[in-house]
Structure formats: C-alpha cells, structure tokens
Design a protein around this ligand. Structure first.
Ligand SMILES: Cc1cc2nc3c(=O)[nH]c(=O)nc-3n(C[C@H](O)[C@H](O)[C@H](O)COP(=O)(O)OP(=O)(O)OC[C@H]3O[C@@H](n4cnc5c(N)ncnc54)[C@H](O)[C@@H]3O)c2cc1C
Ligand SMILES: *[C@@H]1O[C@H](CO)[C@@H](O)[C@H](O)[C@H]1NC(C)=O
Ligand SMILES: *[C@@H]1O[C@H](CO)[C@@H](O)[C@H](O)[C@H]1NC(C)=O
Ligand SMILES: *[C@@H]1O[C@H](CO)[C@@H](O)[C@H](O)[C@H]1NC(C)=O
Ligand SMILES: *[C@@H]1O[C@H](CO)[C@@H](O)[C@H](O)[C@H]1NC(C)=O
Ligand SMILES: *[C@@H]1O[C@H](CO)[C@@H](O)[C@H](O)[C@H]1NC(C)=O
Ligand SMILES: *[C@@H]1O[C@H](CO)[C@@H](O)[C@H](O)[C@H]1NC(C)=O
Ligand SMILES: *[C@@H]1O[C@H](CO)[C@@H](O)[C@H](O)[C@H]1NC(C)=O
Length: 382
C-alpha cells in the first residue's frame, strides 16, 4: 500500500498548495505557483485580486515602469476619480496583501520558457526561477515621444495623451494639438466638446502626399477642421517651453489646472498655449509575449476577450494596455485582468478534476490489488 499512499499524498499536497509560499534565497528551490502575473499596473493587480479571492496560489512580479507614472491625477475611474496613480496602486496593493495565497514582488521577469502544456519556467532579474501553470502578461505599453525639447519634460503635465484622462482640467483653454497631419481630424473629434480655441501643430507633415492620403482615408476632413475653427500650423517645432505650472496654479474646487507654454517654431514665431493633446505612437513595454510566441496584432498581444483574454499560446494570457482589445485605460485594464483571473481559475479547476479522476481510478484498483497482496503476505509470514 505504501507506494500508492505516497503517490496520493504527493498528489494531494500538490493540489492543495494554496498557502503563500515564502520566497527562497537566490538560486535555491524552484517554487511552484498556479499563476504568475507579470506587471503590477491596474491590469496585473486586478488579475491578482481575482485570484486571491478564490485562494489561488499566485505571484505578481512588477518592475514599476507604469505608463501613467508621470501623471498628476488619474481620472475617469469611478470611485477613484482624481487620485494620484501611485495612491491608486498602493491602495490596491495594501488591500490585496491581506489575502494569504498571493505574493507581490518588485523585480523584472527576464525570461519565460514553456516547459510543457502545464508548466512555465519564469526567471527574474536576480536569477530566481519559478514554475507556474499559467502566465498573465499585464506588461503595458510605452509611449514613444518625439525628441523635440520640452515634450518628454512636460509629458502628462500639460502635454497629454488622452482627453478623458486630462481634458476636463483644461476645458475652455487655448489648446494645441500635436501630431502628424493625418492624426489631427481624430484629435479634433475627441476634444471638440472641451475646447474651441484649437491650433494643430503638425511640424512640417502637411505635405502633398500625406494630404492626398488623408483626402481618401478621411473625406471631408478639411470641413471638419473649418467647422471647429482649427488652425493648422505647419512650421517645424523647435521647442516647447513651460512658462506656468498647473501643479502650482490650479483650483481643486473647479477641477481646473492652469499650465502655460510657448511653442517656439524654427522660423522664430512663438505661439502661447495652455495645454496640448497629442497623438504619438507606442510600443510594448516588454518583449516577453513575443518571445513566448504570442502573435502581435498592430503591435498588441493577441487576446481573445470571449475566452478570458487567452492568447494564441496555451496558458498565456494578455491583459491591460498590452493586449489587442483596442482599449487603453484603467477601467479596461481592471476588466481584462479580472476576466483572465476568472478564466484561469475555472480552467485550473477543470484540469485538476481531470487528473483527480484519473488518479482516483488508478487508486481504487491499485488499493484493492495491494490489499490482496498484503493479505497474502500476512498469510505467508504467519
Ligand atoms: C499620460 C497618461 C495619463 C493617463 N491617465 C489616465 C487616466 O487618467 N485614466 C485612465 O483610465 N487611464 C489613464 N492612462 C492610461 C493608463 O495609464 C493605462 O491604461 C494603464 O496604466 C494600463 O494598465 P496596465 O496594467 O496595462 O499597464 P501599466 O500600468 O503600464 O503597468 C505595466 C507594468 O508592467 C511592468 N512590466 C513590464 N514588463 C515587465 C517585466 N518583464 N517584468 C516585470 N514587470 C514588467 C511595468 O514595469 C509596469 O509596472 C493614462 C496614460 C498616460 C500615458
Ligand atoms: C515595490 O514597489 C512599490 C511601488 O511600485 C513600492 O511602493 C514599494 O515600496 C516597493 N517595495 C519594495 C520592497 O521595494
Ligand atoms: C511539466 O513540467 C513540470 C515541471 O518540470 C512537471 O512537474 C510536470 O510533471 C510536467 N507535466 C507534463 C504533463 O509533462
Ligand atoms: C543565481 O543564478 C544567476 C544566473 O543563473 C547568477 O548570475 C547568480 O550569481 C546566482 N546567484 C547566487 C547567489 O548564486
Ligand atoms: C518635428 O520634426 C522633427 C524633424 O522631422 C523631428 O525631429 C521632431 O521629433 C518632430 N517633433 C514633433 C513634436 O513631432
Ligand atoms: C509643410 O512643411 C513641409 C516641410 O517643411 C513642406 O514640405 C510642405 O510643403 C509644407 N506644407 C505647406 C502646405 O506649406
Ligand atoms: C513661420 O512659419 C509659419 C508657417 O509655418 C508662418 O505662419 C509664420 O508667419 C512664419 N513666421 C515668420 C517670422 O516667418
Ligand atoms: C475566440 O474564442 C472563441 C471561443 O473559443 C472562438 O469562437 C473565436 O473564434 C475566437 N476568436 C478569435 C479571434 O480567435
């Protein structure tokens, strides 16, 4: 009976490995997890919360380069409108930390290798390795900002990415739109309920080629700009100089921030604007997904939202800004993280039921065989 019992014990101890495992010293034991979540932005934290609530054994590893790390306040997140992004994450971490089966750790995942259909080997930057049954990538995006002086310095603080995030604080102020000519009609449509004094700084992109491309992709775009009184400024931007800081000049009560900038064009012209909305490209923050074989769709990790954000690689999930949903905001990050957590929980339960049934079958027969053998043995030695 001993071999069968040992097998059973090993199996059930593996099944019930739901307590929070202490992290090992470097290069010691490889720890096993149900799930490893890469990234501690709102998507990864939301996924971890969903796993913690049903006592899944999960580890979150976060390298702390958040997309909204320079922003003053996060908006359009109900219940948390206007909190700092750091507060939002710290509050989430504090609440999740109360659940004993999950662990959060600061660090960078440097490699993920799929060992077989049920196991990934995850390595972090300090050389520690983990085994995990499923992997959630909440690794986010990185904005690619032009080198023009003043843009990265003032990014997220007067020079913005999204009207929902920061438009209301600059409503009815003289606004600049920054982006190549083909991005301007879309930007105008997004901000037109917030501002009427709009100048599009297209930085020399108003060339014949691009204009005719725009004519065919967006017929009527010039009428749109005329209707909303948008001026196009085609001069090359030399730099954008801050002359007033909305972090100092603002009104919490009126929800208004008063930044002020001077746009210096290369030919010497200077134009004053209160704030800017931009359309610049972005890229994946991490290459982990591609290395695992996740397909990229227009630069995003392919995820199927009808089956809980599964990617094309079995056991790998993509959530938040990094995934292909075409939605990049905190509510989407939280929703997609939660969705992956639910799918993984049920998927693991199904997989465990299959192996438990198989083992239960073997066990019953084997136990009977062993019992007979034991009885015979006892008869013999008597
Ligand atoms: C200027 C600006 C302002 C914004 N304001 C708002 C707002 O007001 N409201 C709103 O809803 N949205 C806002 N957004 C969008 C919001 O920031 C994103 O939608 C949100 O951060 C996406 O969450 P995420 O978890 O997918 O990614 P992130 O928050 O970017 O987090 C990804 C995390 O993964 C980590 N990571 C990546 N690779 C690895 C690795 N190999 N190992 C370990 N960790 C890794 C990163 O370091 C990072 O910590 C704003 C965006 C910008 C650019
Ligand atoms: C981990 O990072 C978070 C923020 O990203 C920080 O608040 C926390 O102090 C860090 N923890 C450690 C142990 O360094
Ligand atoms: C997959 O690999 C893990 C870790 O090496 C191992 O424990 C497990 O038995 C393997 N599973 C299969 C189905 O091969
Ligand atoms: C752990 O392993 C990594 C590479 O696998 C190595 O660089 C590092 O020095 C090791 N650390 C210790 C404490 O042995
Ligand atoms: C403007 O164009 C110059 C030259 O092409 C380029 O270096 C710079 O990054 C551009 N700036 C913006 C804001 O687009
Ligand atoms: C815009 O600037 C570019 C680059 O200097 C130039 O080639 C183009 O002719 C300009 N367009 C207009 C309408 O002046
Ligand atoms: C600079 O160029 C812009 C167009 O790009 C033009 O409107 C402006 O008059 C020019 N200023 C000078 C001083 O030449
Ligand atoms: C997403 O998954 C569903 C259910 O398995 C499937 O019917 C659908 O084709 C998938 N979508 C894509 C784009 O793969």
């Amino acid at each position: 009976m001993i071999p069968v019992l040992a097998y059973l014990l090993a199996f059930f101890s593996a099944l019930s490995s739901i307590s929070a495992a202490p992290l090992p010293a470097q290069n010691q034991t490889i720890l096993n997890f149900d799930v490893i979540v890469v990234g501690g932005g709102p998507s990864g934290l939301s996924a971890l919360s969903g796993l913690a609530r049903v006592r899944r054994n999960a580890l979150l590893i976060d390298s702390g380069e958040y997309r909204n790390q320079w922003t003053r306040h996060a908006h359009d997140v109900i219940g948390s409108d206007g909190v700092t992004p750091a507060y939002f994450r710290a509050n989430a971490r504090q609440q999740i930390a109360e659940y004993p089966t999950v662990t959060m750790q600061n660090g960078t995942v440097t490699n993920i290798e799929q060992l077989n259909s049920t196991a990934f080997l995850v390595t972090d930057s300090s050389g520690i390795q983990y085994i995990s049954r499923k992997v959630i990538l909440g690794t986010g995006l990185q904005d690619i900002l032009p080198s023009t002086p003043g843009i990265s310095e003032n990014w997220a603080r007067g020079i913005y990415w999204c009207p929902w995030c920061d438009g209301y604080e600059h409503r009815d102020q003289p606004l600049g739109l920054l982006g190549s000519i083909e991005k301007i009609p879309g930007l105008v449509e997004e901000v037109r309920t917030l501002n009427t004094d709009l100048i599009a700084f297209v930085n020399g992109t108003m060339t014949a080629d691009r204009v005719s491309a725009l004519d065919s992709s967006t017929p009527g775009w010039e009428n749109l700009l005329t209707t909303y009184g948008v001026t196009i400024e085609n001069g090359t931007i030399g730099d954008i100089e801050r002359i007033q800081d909305g972090a100092v000049y603002n009104s919490q009560i009126e929800k208004a921030e008063y930044d002020k900038f001077l746009v210096h064009l290369d030919n010497g012209t200077t134009i004053e604007r209160a704030a800017f909305f931009t359309s610049f490209p972005s890229t994946q923050r991490s290459t982990l997904g591609q290395s695992l074989g996740v397909v990229l769709v227009e630069g995003k990790l392919l995820a199927n939202m009808t089956v809980g954000m599964r990617t094309n690689v079995d056991g790998v999930y993509a959530v938040g800004d990094a995934n292909s949903d075409g939605s990049t905001n905190i509510p989407h990050a939280m929703w997609s993280g939660k969705r992956s957590a639910v799918d993984i929980h049920l998927q693991l339960a199904e997989e465990d039921a299959v192996s438990a049934t198989a083992i239960a079958g073997i066990t019953k027969r084997d136990l009977e065989d062993e019992e007979t053998a034991l009885l015979r043995f006892m008869e013999l030695v008597q």
